[in-house]
Design a protein around this ligand. Structure first.
Ligand SMILES: [Zn+2]
Length: 82
């Protein structure tokens, strides 16, 4: 007997270790920086539409629009100190 519908699951995303871009699990090359190193150990998703006018994009050094992780294991995000 069939068992209802599949549990809804989150999209499987992984983060580029270099720039923090979030991509689907089956992507092998980062579309933003070209890195091939990814990690699933990331936290906090941010969607950048316009990096030039986004304070967050500047803080995270995000040059391109897209989805990015705020924290990526092994990646140090430079903070702008006053
Ligand atoms: Zn990248």
């Amino acid at each position: 007997m069939a068992r209802g519908r599949a549990p809804s699951k989150k999209p499987k995303l992984k983060a580029c270790k270099k720039c923090g871009a979030l991509v689907q699990n089956d992507v092998n090359v980062c579309p933003v920086c070209g890195s091939t190193e990814f990690t699933t150990n990331w936290e906090g998703m941010v969607i950048i539409m316009d990096p030039q006018s986004s304070e967050l994009a500047k803080e995270l050094s995000i040059p391109n629009p897209g989805m990015f992780a705020i924290r990526v294991a092994g990646r140090v995000v430079k903070r702008r100190e006053a």
